[in-house]
Ligand binder design. Structure first.
Ligand code: PEP
Ligand code: MN
Length: 337
């Protein structure tokens, strides 16, 4: 349920309503908007009598939230969420470009790639230190050392970093080194991990599971918001279909669908979606045209020697030309890069 407060409601009156919700054993989530303050009530709403609510002078109305996900829904929050990552705004008019290697390999290599993606137009550096690999014999990432390299390269370049968390116990390390924590496709429904990142004040990028529906995707995001963290962005990275010509099938329609259902920023990862370098530009352009708020692209200075995902790693100069082409698409849809 959403409780809409009257304009001019004082902080004290609002706190009174919050208290009443808590006394009924429910969880209030307050959203202070420019014109109106609304409170989402999560839990068994039968415990809150509609009649009692309308008797509270500062309550204007109460409405049910019909969708199964509440806090992530447009019903609860009409305006787009804009997440500020060290001054880089995600979800506003400017499209964010995140780029970098699949995994952090050496500090020098990371530093070189970071300099090149920054020169090419990226404003966030990606790099995995903990890698979710299909085979236990594949490179699993450098772990904490990789996170330290990310921090050092951030200091050199000024680029905020995004990196994947796979284990709730690693959150203290992530708080120290990451500007955005990524939850990978394989962990989209790792509910303990979702709750743990939800309990921290750190932006999160949640990737869509390999076979997850949009509803399941949004319910996973709901876990993070329900735990208290509303700095969440969603990433479509291709889903499993019968098609084998590409690594996955990029669900471009997820962009307008998500934009309609949720206020959270939508990022597209064309690299993991198509799995082949030459197919990335077309999908990146299509994503911007369809309304994505950002892209995540894998870039490596020597793809044939990459520890992971070399087939889909763009060379830095190709990445740079792609970003300049994307600028034209962005301006056609009244956005900037
Ligand atoms: C990644 O971005 O490094 C990654 C492993 O992606 P996904 O979880 O989408 O497979
Ligand atoms: Mn990868």
């Amino acid at each position: 349920m959403i409780i809409v407060l009257k304009p001019g409601t004082t902080d004290q009156e609002r706190e009174g309503v919050v208290q009443r919700i808590e006394d009924a054993g429910l969880s209030p989530h307050v959203l202070i908007g420019k014109e109106r303050t609304v409170i989402a009530v999560i839990g068994d709403e039968r415990k809150l009598q509609e009649k009692t609510l309308s008797a509270i002078p500062c309550v204007e109305s109460s409405l049910p939230i019909l969708s199964p996900y509440k806090l992530v829904s447009r019903e609860f929050k009409k305006e787009d969420t804009v997440i500020d990552v060290d001054g880089v705004k995600i979800g506003g008019n400017k499209i964010v470009i995140m780029a970098g290697p699949c995994s952090v390999e050496t500090k020098d290599l990371l530093s070189g790639i970071a300099g090149e993606v920054k020169a090419g137009g990226a404003t966030i550096l990606r790099g995995g230190a903990f890698k979710p690999r299909t085979s236990p014999y594949s490179f699993q990432g450098l772990g904490e050392e990789g996170l330290e390299f990310l921090s050092e390269v951030k200091k050199q370049t000024g680029l905020p970093v995004i990196t994947e968390v796979m284990d709730p116990r690693d959150m203290p390390m992530m708080m120290k080194h990451a500007d955005i924590v990524q939850i990978g496709a394989r962990n989209m429904q790792n509910f303990r991990l979702l709750a743990e990142v939800g309990a921290h004040n750190k932006p999160v990028m949640l990737k869509r599971g390999l076979s997850a529906t949009i509803k399941e995707f949004l319910l996973s995001a709901e876990y993070i918001l329900a735990a208290g963290n509303d700095q969440v962005m969603l990433c479509e990275r291709g889903i499993r279909t019968f098609e084998t010509a590409t690594r996955n099938t990029l669900d471009l329609s997820a962009i307008p669908v998500l934009k309609q259902l949720t206020h959270l920023p939508v990022i597209i990862d064309p690299s993991h979606a198509v799995g082949k370098t030459h197919l990335i530009p077309a999908m990146a352009k299509a994503a911007i045209a369809a309304g994505a708020d950002g892209l995540m692209i894998e870039v490596h200075s020597n793809p044939s020697e990459a520890f992971c995902d070399g087939d889909q790693a763009m060379l830095p100069h190709n990445f740079k030309s792609l970003v300049s082409e994307l600028q034209r698409i962005a301006s056609a849809v009244d956005r900037v890069i």
